[in-house]
Design a protein around this ligand. Structure first.
Ligand SMILES: C[S@@+](CC[C@H](N)C(=O)[O-])C[C@H]1O[C@@H](n2cnc3c(N)ncnc32)[C@H](O)[C@@H]1O
Length: 301
């Protein structure tokens, strides 16, 4: 099946290249609010967030920390709103997100990113569906927010539960998607019973890319192709268009190519283009041969 794939170097808070109701599925993983590796990106992309970090340096107030967290989610919500516009009726949005723990101003606390995104998406008009917990290989347990239990590992009560799951939030725009009876593309996209039983259960144990990826893929916090493959096959049919508004290394486009879906991805960081091209070229041999790829570079705002 001939498919088309667009890489747009631009900000997904505005996606004028995409018409209303032109996308069937969105699969993405945004920068995670309050995870240190994404601080600079939020600062660069949003003047209000940059100013709030400066204010925190000056006032060291808990309330300012909360304002930064709120502003990061308001920033992401612009993209969720734009996604709602471009999705068809019955279209699905899948968002991979992890919660964050962090000590700021000497105070350790949890930032439940998944809950904030659900709140924003519901306000935008999405219906929240049951989500998946992606269970990752366990990282070190934490004692008083400091990485490891050390010598006090067996003494209650000051240790914290380790965050070893990420969320794959699933939303729908409007009512269930409808198809003509015996729709060919739908039948051609069927999954097996084994796949259905595994994919539609709530806990997924999939090895993260950190264990298997290149350094640059780690820098973009790429999600495993296995996760995207499941979502694309669960929530779209062959010939559909899949959007990733936070494209990173291009995993969603790669998986779409391999599964007979069209795709479009937005990415603000032009420096990732060589990585994206490499990833798509490497896999071209295993993807359908008639994949047309185009790249558009916009002035990133
Ligand atoms: C967590 S990474 C995505 C990783 C991706 N899932 C992969 O497999 O490589 C988030 C990406 O979103 C990009 N980004 C952040 N804000 C953006 C925006 N407003 N529009 C488009 N891209 C954005 C970042 O540059 C970063 O590469």
């Amino acid at each position: 099946m001939a498919t088309e794939h667009r890489i747009i170097i631009g900000n997904s808070q505005r996606m004028p290249e995409l018409a209303d109701a032109s996308v069937h599925l969105m699969v993405t993983s945004p920068p995670y609010p309050m995870i240190k590796m994404w601080d600079d990106q939020f600062r660069r992309g949003d003047r209000k967030i940059a100013e709030l970090w400066k204010q925190l340096d000056a006032d060291c107030r808990e309330e300012t920390v909360t304002q930064i967290y709120d502003a990061m989610h308001a920033n992401l919500a612009e993209t969720w709103r734009e996604t709602h516009r471009v999705l068809i009726e019955g279209g699905i949005a899948c968002i991979n997100i992890g919660d964050a723990t962090r000590t700021l101003n000497g105070k350790f606390r949890l930032f439940p990113n998944h809950a904030r995104i659900i709140e924003h998406c519901e306000r935008i008009g999405f219906t929240t569906l049951p989500y998946v917990l992606w269970k990752k290989p366990t990282t070190k347990p934490m004692y008083k927010g400091k990485g490891a239990f050390l010598g006090s590992g067996f003494l209650p009560p000051n240790a914290y539960v380790t965050l070893d799951c990420e969320f794959i939030l699933i939303f729908r725009k409007g009512e269930l998607r409808s198809f003509p009876r015996h729709d060919k593309s739908r039948y051609e996209s069927a999954f097996t019973k084994k796949q259905r039983d595994q994919w539609f259960s709530q806990i997924w144990q999939v090895t993260g890319t950190r264990q298997i990826s290149s350094q640059i893929e780690r820098r973009t916090a790429a999600f495993p192709a296995e996760i995207v493959t499941r979502l694309v096959r669960m929530f779209s049919v062959k010939g559909d268009t899949v959007l990733d508004p936070f494209l990173g290394s291009g995993t969603t486009i790669k998986v779409s190519m391999q599964n007979g879906r069209n795709s479009v991805g937005y990415e603000t960081d032009e420096n990732l283009l060589p990585l994206i091209k490499e990833k798509l070229a490497i896999d071209r041999a295993s993807a359908a041969s008639d994949c047309k790829v185009s790249i558009v570079k916009k002035a990133v705002s």
